[in-house]
Ligand binder design. Sequence first.
Ligand code: ZN
Length: 410
Amino acid sequence: MSNRNCSAAVLLLACLGLAGLTRPVAAQVKLLPPGDSSHLTRISDRVVMSQQAGSRMFALKTARGLLFIDTEPTPAATREAIALMEKELGGGPVIALVNTHEHYDHIAGDAAFEGAPIVATQAMVEGLRLAEPQKLKFLPQAEQVVAKARAERDSLKPESPEYRDADARIRNAEAMLAAVRPAVIAPTVSFSDRLTLDLGDRTVRLVAMGRRHSYGDMLIFVPEEHILFTAGAVDPRGYIPFIPPFTRPEDLQRNIAVLTEFADTSLELKRIITGHRPDLTVGDLVFARDYYDRLWQVVARERARGTTLEQAQQRLVLDSAFADLLDKGPAPEASNKTHVKNIETAWALVPVPAAPAVSAAPPRADKAAPTAVKAAPAAKPPVARPAQKAAPATAKPTVARPAQKAAPKQ
Ligand SMILES: [Zn+2]
């Protein structure tokens, strides 16, 4: 996840779920037989969740019909989930599918919704377009991973629980690969800032997050249910949020503003539901917001002092500069690694101090400096002001041409 290719790599390698094949694994990576509804979980009277293979799909029942969020990892598994969720919630027409972000493990079943509106941020549409060539590049690598897993499975005792488990995981990985090999069906409705869906007795507010976990993350708020869906855009407190290198200053600014908006306790959030992990708390939102804000401020301060990147990475260790934010121990090794990388990313984003008028000093040797000069816009730090809101709801959705077909690439 340390380069621009992470979207493609996330699905094609990590999300295949084949690492450590011979170790005991959780059951959630198995695709279940048709008709098996054991993967459905009731979230509320109106919301049900389906989770067959790692990432989660949701359905919300409203007066106008059913709104879906994300998909199962294949179109077939998604069709099955739609039928089961319709039954569970008492039926109703499909209003639309909302894609939370462009990672394939959340959208590989989009083709099951062909003909219905598929809603995403414009940034996600762009992220999907950028990921496509990378995906094609990673496919052979992913196939090698599956081939290695097959060999590993075949070395196990047939009919042993380990063999069956490995076999189920491989079949799942094969199904996911088959689903994403053609171009994933493109969203048909997109928006840049926010989009509110009035569904009769329920309102759904979609808010673009700015680049964060992916190019096109969004948060989804259903005020009547007091539920916020965050997919991959917010990590639980204790996990330092990775700031990808494709982040721009305005993304950090927007991340902070959106997190501030939803950290407002007057919203009375009952559930903050993620795409893979246990529920979050408002404290997790506040932590992420404060981490971004602090990181920006301390990196800008160090840069203005003339500190080198390496010195800043040593000086700004989590235990000191961020100690008051961390009230429970993060996984120290991984968090520190992520944090050090984040300092490098932020280093390239904060404003570069103006050069002195006359200087005999040699040019700076920071490797991130050239990027910083290009990337840094106006010297405006993304400091969260109290009750700061993301930009108002003025954006009109963009409706794409209907029925954009999934075009097989080979
Ligand atoms: Zn993701």
